[in-house]
Design a protein around this ligand. Structure first.
Ligand code: ME8
Length: 519
């Protein structure tokens, strides 16, 4: 197995400003990318913006701005958010870039050359909000008597000349592919939905539009632009230098290890995309993970309801790492989740300030006060000492398994089991009493604790990079000794190492604001 990892977020539509949902998907990918880098992998982490199609063109027109100017502006907001959230992406792609036009046209030519695309006329329903075609039997009627897509989006009747992709011919090959790759679609319930959808038979898919111009021109027939989803999905290979496939990043990183998406866009990624790729003679990705949907205090998040959660405001209120932790810890990854301020405060005060922060603060303060601010000597270990150290040493395996399955909540739960065990050990050993009675034993206890915290702080880096770095600074762990390869005993804290004056890393939230740092 090569130690390479390619992870992608959806590219977000620039019709609207980024919100917590977009921040969530990219955060999950960031935690994975950081985890893999710390685990010694060469990582490519891609995010970006989806800028073509009717939805974006209409939003620009509604804003009264030239479409290109509009996309520049909104795309910039997504890039700013990515920086603000401390995402570690290696590339930010925009589908209006020249490299992407070239790549989209190249995949189109491959599909034409392989006889996968033919010209006909589309007559059917289209939902601009979803940028998706629907058959009549997929639609329902809303309270006002309008036809709507399963997502609730308005639909309109479209009749125009169109190129079609022979999706209907891919039913059996897709089912074989799902069968041979049982973890291609996760979670399992989503996989079952896709398998049952494909088993029911597929229609050929319209892949070009002629009634508007905001898109990638179809090579050889400039009356058409490419269907925005064919253009958008191709971003995942554009960023690897496609159409060059023999050398460069495509040769290194394709097939992608993971396309992370929300459940709303699973069909595009798990049905159309592998069919397009196989049709073009290219390999499909290794995995598509469809996560759940956030609601706000029980309500669907929507602009019209005015309850969009702005990640910037949330971070200003609670702190960046607090928000990162909450989003990945609160909801079993894959399930839907409800955002409430109370739940946010509970996690921040309970698990971060009281459990993790307090552990660090009391151990480091005791070392500062009772051991002259230096890592104490370790004497003979008791069963309790060994028990705690073993649970810390075993963490990388447990967190690694959880990350492999995109089970962030389980990874964090495994870390917190050790945080709680360490706090219970502090209470049981009562080092403040040992300070007078048996200073050598106190030194061993604090040394065991400091070594446990070193493990915890190394393992929380992917989730809370800044706070973990501050904890590692306070343990005087050099920057080049923070990777998982340094978890072993060779890099254990050395007795006599001078530690900086400790300071609290995880503030509490009290009376409507962040309290003073410290415990
Ligand atoms: O679909 N909860 O872009 P998009 C959780 N351009 N995640 C949410 C969310 C919520 N309430 N709202 C949005 C598109 N998301 C296409 C993708 S990819 C080739 C093209 C996240 O701007 C989630 O990841 O509508 C969802 O799939 C994505 O934003 C949709 O972003």
């Amino acid at each position: 197995m090569s130690k390479r990892y390619y992870v992608t977020t959806p590219i977000y539509y620039v019709n609207d400003d980024p919100h917590i949902g977009h921040a969530y998907t990219t955060l999950a990918c960031d935690a994975l990318a950081r985890f893999k880098r710390l685990d010694g992998f060469e990582v490519k982490f891609l995010t970006g913006t989806d800028e073509h199609g009717q939805k974006v063109a209409k939003s620009a027109a509604a804003a009264g701005i030239d479409t290109r100017e509009f996309t520049d502006k909104v795309s910039r907001n997504f890039r700013d958010l990515a920086d603000f959230m401390n995402y570690s992406h290696d590339d930010f792609i925009r589908t209006t870039e020249e490299r992407h036009i070239r790549s989209s046209q190249a995949i189109w030519r491959r599909l034409i050359d392989n006889g996968e695309i033919y010209l006909d006329t589309y007559a059917g329903w289209y939902a601009v909000r979803d940028e998706a075609f629907y058959t009549g039997d997929e639609l329902t009627t809303d309270a006002d008597g309008n036809k709507v897509a399963p997502s609730g989006a308005e639909v309109e009747w479209v009749e125009e000349p169109s190129y079609f992709f022979r999706l209907s011919a891919w039913r059996d090959r897709l089912l074989e592919f799902y069968d041979a790759n049982p973890d291609f679609i996760l979670p399992k319930t989503r996989r079952n939905e896709v398998v049952s959808f494909v088993s029911g038979g597929l229609h050929d898919l319209s892949v070009s539009r002629t009634t508007f111009k905001w898109g990638v021109p179809v090579p050889g027939d400039e009356d058409h632009i490419m269907y925005v989803w064919l253009d958008a999905l191709t971003n995942y290979i554009t960023a690897l230098g496609f159409p060059e496939t023999e050398t460069g990043e495509y040769a290194t990183f394709w097939p992608a290890d993971l396309h992370m998406v929300g459940k709303d866009i699973l069909r595009f990624h798990a049905v159309y995309w592998p069919a397009f790729l196989m049709g073009a003679g290219l390999e499909p990705p290794r995995r598509v993970f469809a996560h759940g949907w956030w609601t706000n205090e029980g309500q669907k998040i929507s602009k019209s309801l005015g309850n969009i959660i702005d990640p910037v405001k949330l971070v200003d209120k609670y702190g960046l790492d607090q928000v990162r932790y909450f989003l990945l810890r609160e909801v079993p990854f894959g399930n839907d989740g409800d955002f409430t301020h109370q739940a946010m405060v509970n996690r921040m005060n309970g698990e971060l300030a009281n459990d993790y922060g307090n552990l660090g603060q009391r151990v480091l303060s005791m070392i500062n006060k009772n051991c002259g601010g230096r890592v104490p000597e370790r004497g003979a270990l008791t069963g309790d000492d060994e028990g705690l150290l073993e649970s810390a040493h075993g963490l990388i395996g447990r967190v690694g398994d959880a990350m492999e399955a995109q089970a962030f909540h389980e990874g964090l739960e495994a870390v917190w089991a050790v945080v709680r065990a360490a706090n219970a050990y502090v209470d049981g050993q009562a080092p403040w009493k040992l300070a007078k009675e048996d200073p050598a034993r106190m030194g061993t206890v604090l040394c065991v604790l400091a070594e446990t915290i070193r493990h915890l702080a190394i393992l929380t880096q992917p989730f809370m990079p800044d706070s973990s770095a501050r904890l590692l600074d306070q343990l005087a762990v050099p920057e080049d000794a923070r990777a998982f390869a340094c978890l072993g005993p060779d890099h254990a804290l050395k007795a006599g190492t001078e530690l900086p004056i400790p300071e609290g890393v995880f503030p509490r939230y009290e009376n409507g604001e962040k309290a003073e740092e410290g415990d």
